[in-house]
Design a protein around this ligand. Structure first.
Ligand code: SRM
Ligand code: SF4
Length: 639
C-alpha cells in the first residue's frame, strides 16, 4: 500500500521547480490566497503556477507591450465542464461576466470549455465566485492534473452509447477532481457550493485503495502532495465517433455496449499527446496506443491505476519530458500495461473490435431522439463575439434567455443548443438569421472544418498569429484552389501560433504551426477522421509564400488523386504519394502563365505602399485584396 511519500520529492536533487511550488502551496492555497489580497496587478511566479490549478492563467495583452513599461496584465479563466455541458444559467453568467469584466468575447475551446479573457486581478474573485455560484467550475481546467474530460457533444437521447459516454465523462471528471478545499476557501470564503454530488460508485472508488493507487489520510487521495507531473487529458467516446480526437489524449476510453445497448465495459487507449518544442527532437507528437479492455465495474480502478502509474513514474525533473506519452514511449506499451496492471490488481483484457472512426461535427438541425431537436452552430475559431453585422454573441444571449436552452460545446470550438421544442425551431432560426449567423451549409467547408488557437495577443507562448490570421489565410487557400481548378475542394486546416498544438494541427490534412515571426511549419498527410498523424513537410514557410508553396501541391493532387465514387482526399493523397514525390513535383513546377484576364498596374506612393504592406501582413491577406476592397468602398461613396 502506498501512503504519503515519507521523503519530500523536492529533496531529490533533480525535480523541477514546479514540484517545490506545489509542495509549498499547502493543497493549492498559497501563495494565491495571500497575493490575491494584495493591491497588485499580477501574481508572483509561484502564484501564477498555483493559480493555474484553479483554472486561470496570468497573461498580458501583447499588442499593448511597451518597452520599459509594466505589462498590461490580465487573466484568462477557463471552465471545466465535462462533455462540454453548459447550462443556460452558466452561459448567461459567462456572457455577462465577459461584458462586464472581460474583453466582450467568449471563446469555446478545443476541449469543450469556455475561456474568458481580459479579467483584471482586482476582479478575479468576483468572476470566479459568479461562475461557481452559477453552476460552473474552473477547478482543474489548467495545471498538473486531469483536465476537462471530453465526450461526443451530440445530445442523443435514443443512443445509449452516447448517454454512457456523457455519464462516464462526468464520473471520470469527478473521480479525478482535486479534493482540496482551497478552491472554495479562496473564491467563496469557505462556502461550499455543490451542484451535484458525485455518483456513489465514484465516492466508493475514492476510498478503495486497490494496489496502492490512493494516499490514505491525505486531502488529495489520488494526487497526493505533488499532483501529476504534468497536465493529464482524458476523453470518452462511442465506437465510430472521433469527434473527440481520441488519439491525441493521454487516456481515451471507448464505450462498449452489448446487442441490447447495455454497457459492458470500455476499450482503453493511452499515450497520446501533441505538445512539442521546435528544434528539440526529444519532444514529439504521439498517437495513443491501444491498451486493452476492462469491464464497466472496473473502470474507476483502471483510471486510478493509470493515474498512479504516471503520478509515480512520470518524469518530474524535466517538464518537457513529463507527459505520459514519454513514459509510454520510453517503457514501451507492454511494460506500461504491466505496471498499470500492478496497480489495477488484475490483467487488462484484449481490446474489443471497433469499427472505423469518423469525424462528426453535428452542425445544423437534428432530432435528438426524444421528439426534441438540437442545433449545431459553427463558431469560427471558437470566438463568440459581435462584430459589425455579425452578432453571434447577441443571438446566443437572446436564444438562451428566451428559451433557456442548455448547450454542449464541441471539441471543434462549436456550439450545440439542445432540448429545443420543434415549435421553437422557426423562431430560433429567425434570431440567428437576423443576427447574421450563417447556416452550416452556407459556410465554406474550409472554414467549417478549420480550427485556430488564440495565439496573439493573449497567449504568452505564441510565436506567430493564429486565430487572427487564419480567416485571411483560408481566403487565400480558397482563391488558390479556385485558380487551379479545385473549386469545390475542401480539407481540414488547423493552425497554431507555436508547436504546443492547442488546435491539434498535427491531426489536420493541412496544418500550420507557428515557427518564427510571419512563418509557419507546414504539416501534411493526416486524414479527415483524425486517426492518422500528419508529418512536417516544410520547416519554415514565410506566410507571404503561401501561394507558391501550396500551388504545386494542389496541382499535383488534382492531376494524380484517385478518382471514383469517393475521390481521394488531400490528406490521404499526400500520405499515399509521400513527401519525396511532393517535393520533386514542387521543385520542377512551373506555374501556368495566365492567359486569362489582363492585370492592371496602378502606382501608389512609397509611404502608402509601406502601410498597405504592414496592414496586409497583419491581417494575413494579399495586398491586392485590401487595395480592391478600399477602392471599391471609395467608389461606392461616389455613386
Ligand atoms: Fe493549450 C498551453 C490554449 C488545448 C497543448 N494552451 C496553453 C496556454 C494556456 C498558454 C500558456 O501556457 O501560457 C494557451 C492559452 C492561450 C489563450 O490566450 O487563451 C492554451 N489550449 C488552449 C486552448 C484555449 C486552444 C483553443 O484554441 O481552444 C485549448 C483549451 C482547452 C481546454 O478547454 O482545456 C487548448 N492545448 C490544447 C490542446 C488540445 C487538446 O487538449 O485536445 C493541446 C494539445 C494536446 C496535448 O496536450 O498534448 C494543448 N497547451 C498545450 C501545451 C503543450 C503541452 C505539452 O505536452 O507540451 C501548452 C504549453 C504547456 O503546457 O507548457 C499549452
Ligand atoms: Fe498559445 Fe501555442 Fe497554444 Fe497557440 S498553440 S494557444 S500559441 S500555446
Amino acid at each position: 500500500m502506498v501512503t504519503t511519500p515519507s521523503k519530500p520529492l523536492v529533496d531529490t536533487p533533480k525535480v523541477s521547480k514546479v514540484e517545490g511550488i506545489k509542495e509549498r502551496s499547502h493543497g493549492l492555497r498559497e501563495p494565491v490566497a495571500t497575493e490575491l489580497l494584495q493591491d497588485t496587478t499580477h501574481f508572483s511566479e509561484d502564484g501564477i503556477q498555483i493559480l493555474k490549478f484553479h483554472g486561470s492563467y496570468q497573461q498580458d495583452n501583447r499588442d499593448n507591450r511597451i518597452k520599459g513599461q509594466e505589462k498590461d496584465y490580465q487573466f484568462m479563466l477557463r471552465t471545466r465542464n465535462p462533455g462540454g455541458f453548459i447550462p443556460a444559467q452558466l452561459y448567461l453568467t459567462l456572457d455577462q461576466l465577459s461584458e462586464e469584466y472581460g474583453n466582450h468575447t467568449l471563446r469555446a475551446t478545443t476541449r469543450q470549455g469556455f475561456q474568458i479573457h481580459g479579467v483584471l486581478k482586482q476582479n478575479l474573485k468576483t468572476v470566479f465566485a459568479a461562475i461557481i455560484r452559477n453552476m460552473g467550475s474552473t477547478l482543474g481546467a489548467c495545471g498538473d492534473l486531469n483536465r476537462n474530460v471530453m465526450a461526443p457533444p451530440a445530445p442523443y437521447k435514443n443512443r445509449p452509447d452516447y448517454t454512457y459516454a456523457r455519464e462516464y465523462a462526468d464520473r471520470i471528471a469527478d473521480l479525478l477532481m482535486p479534493q482540496t478545499g482551497a478552491y472554495y476557501e479562496i473564491w467563496l470564503d469557505g462556502e461550499k457550493v455543490i451542484t451535484a454530488e458525485p455518483h456513489p460508485d465514484v465516492v466508493a472508488a475514492l476510498h478503495r485503495n486497490g494496489s496502492g493507487t490512493l494516499f490514505h489520510d491525505h486531502e488529495e487521495p489520488i494526487y497526493g502532495t505533488y499532483y501529476m507531473p504534468r497536465k493529464f487529458k482524458c476523453c470518452i467516446t462511442v465506437p465510430g465517433d472521433n469527434s473527440v480526437d481520441l488519439f491525441s489524449q493521454d487516456v481515451g476510453l471507448v464505450v462498449i455496449t452489448n446487442a441490447q445497448g447495455e454497457l459492458e465495459g470500455f476499450n482503453v487507449f493511452a499515450g497520446g499527446g501533441l505538445g512539442r518544442t521546435h528544434n528539440k527532437e526529444e519532444t514529439f507528437v504521439r498517437m495513443a496506443d491501444p491498451i486493452g479492455y476492462v469491464d464497466k465495474d472496473d473502470i474507476y480502478d483502471l483510471m486510478k491505476a493509470i493515474v498512479a502509474t504516471q503520478r509515480d513514474h512520470g518524469d518530474r525533473a524535466n517538464r518537457r519530458h513529463a507527459r505520459m506519452k514519454y513514459l509510454i514511449h520510453d517503457w514501451g506499451v507492454d511494460r506500461f500495461r504491466q505496471t498499470v496492471e500492478g496497480y489495477f490488481g488484475k490483467p487488462i483484457q484484449p481490446l474489443r473490435p471497433l469499427p472505423e472512426f469518423k469525424y462528426l461535427d453535428f452542425l445544423g438541425w437534428h432530432e435528438q431522439g426524444d421528439g426534441k431537436l438540437f442545433l449545431g452552430i459553427s463558431v469560427e475559431n471558437g470566438r463568440i463575439k459581435d462584430e459589425g453585422s455579425f452578432l453571434l454573441k447577441t443571438a446566443l444571449r437572446e436564444i438562451t434567455t428566451r428559451f433557456s436552452l442548455p448547450m454542449r460545446l464541441t471539441p471543434h470550438q462549436n456550439i450545440l443548443l439542445y432540448e429545443i421544442d420543434p415549435g421553437d425551431q422557426a423562431e430560433i432560426q429567425a434570431i440567428l438569421d437576423r443576427c447574421g449567423v450563417q447556416r452550416e451549409t452556407a459556410i465554406d467547408p474550409l472554414v467549417r472544418y478549420s480550427m485556430a488557437c488564440p495565439a496573439l495577443p493573449t497567449c504568452g507562448l505564441a510565436i506567430t498569429e493564429s486565430e487572427r490570421a487564419l480567416p485571411g489565410i483560408l481566403e487565400r487557400v480558397r482563391a488558390l484552389l479556385d485558380k487551379v481548378g479545385l473549386r469545390q475542394e475542401h480539407f481540414v486546416v488547423r493552425m497554431t501560433g507555436c508547436p504546443n498544438g492547442c488546435a491539434r494541427p498535427y491531426l489536420a490534412e493541412l496544418g500550420f504551426v507557428g515557427q518564427s515571426p510571419e512563418a509557419y511549419q507546414v504539416w501534411l498527410g493526416a486524414n479527415a477522421s483524425q486517426t492518422r498523424m500528419a508529418e512536417p513537410y516544410l520547416d519554415n514557410m514565410p506566410i507571404a509564400d503561401l501561394e507558391t508553396t501550396l500551388e504545386p501541391l494542389f496541382v499535383y493532387f488534382k492531376q494524380n488523386r484517385k478518382r471514383g465514387k469517393t475521390p481521394e482526399r488531400f490528406g490521404d493523397f499526400c500520405h499515399r504519394v509521400g513527401f519525396e514525390a511532393l517535393r520533386q513535383f514542387a521543385a520542377t513546377y512551373e506555374p501556368a502563365v495566365s492567359k486569362g484576364k489582363p492585370r492592371y498596374r496602378i502606382g501608389v506612393r512609397d509611404e502608402v505602399y509601406t502601410r498597405l504592406k504592414a496592414a496586409a501582413e497583419h491581417q494575413g491577406k494579399p495586398m491586392t485584396e485590401l487595395v480592391n476592397a478600399a477602392i471599391e468602398a471609395y467608389l461606392q461613396t461616389l455613386e
